[in-house]
Design a protein around this ligand. Structure first.
Ligand code: THU
Length: 133
């Protein structure tokens, strides 16, 4: 289900996606996180000539969120490139897991709009999280 916040998150992710540093893949990704304090925090992917040092958009957004004193994700929008579904990579599912509940909706989009929404639990079943420690 698309939320009331979806349009705002979508616009924020679309805007930051344009800033992605992607000279190698040309695959721009933008992510927008809604926090429990109703803040929207964004991030884009940042590639590196040493390819494995690339940072995903979701990782950038999570880092920005922590830098702004926020720690709780209630919703997220991710916009990839092209027409295929851009779902968060495995590492980013785990990054979101640290700060989101299992019911948190993750909206996957392309630049034309919404494609699919899954909860974090659907994206990362039987996950390992903070309460496991
Ligand atoms: N990418 C993301 O930013 N997030 C994901 O969840 C999937 C992949 C980026 C990394 C790289 O810059 C480009 O997409 C191609 O893999």
């Amino acid at each position: 289900m698309i939320s009331l916040n979806f349009e705002k998150l979508f616009d924020a992710a679309k805007q930051v996606r344009e800033l992605a540093h992607v000279p190698y893949s040309k695959f721009k990704v933008g992510a927008a996180i809604l926090t429990s304090n109703n803040k929207i925090i964004v991030g884009c992917n940042v590639e590196n000539a040493a390819y494995p040092q690339t940072q995903c958009a979701e990782a950038s957004a999570v880092g920005n969120m922590i830098s702004q004193g926020e720690t709780s994700i209630t919703e997220a929008v991710i916009i990839g490139s092209g027409s295929l579904l851009c779902s968060p990579c495995g590492g980013c599912r785990q990054r979101l897991r640290e700060f989101a509940s299992l019911q948190t909706p993750i909206h996957m989009c392309n630049i034309d709009g919404h494609q699919k929404t899954l909860t974090l639990e659907e994206l990362l079943p039987d996950s390992f999280g903070p309460e496991n420690l």
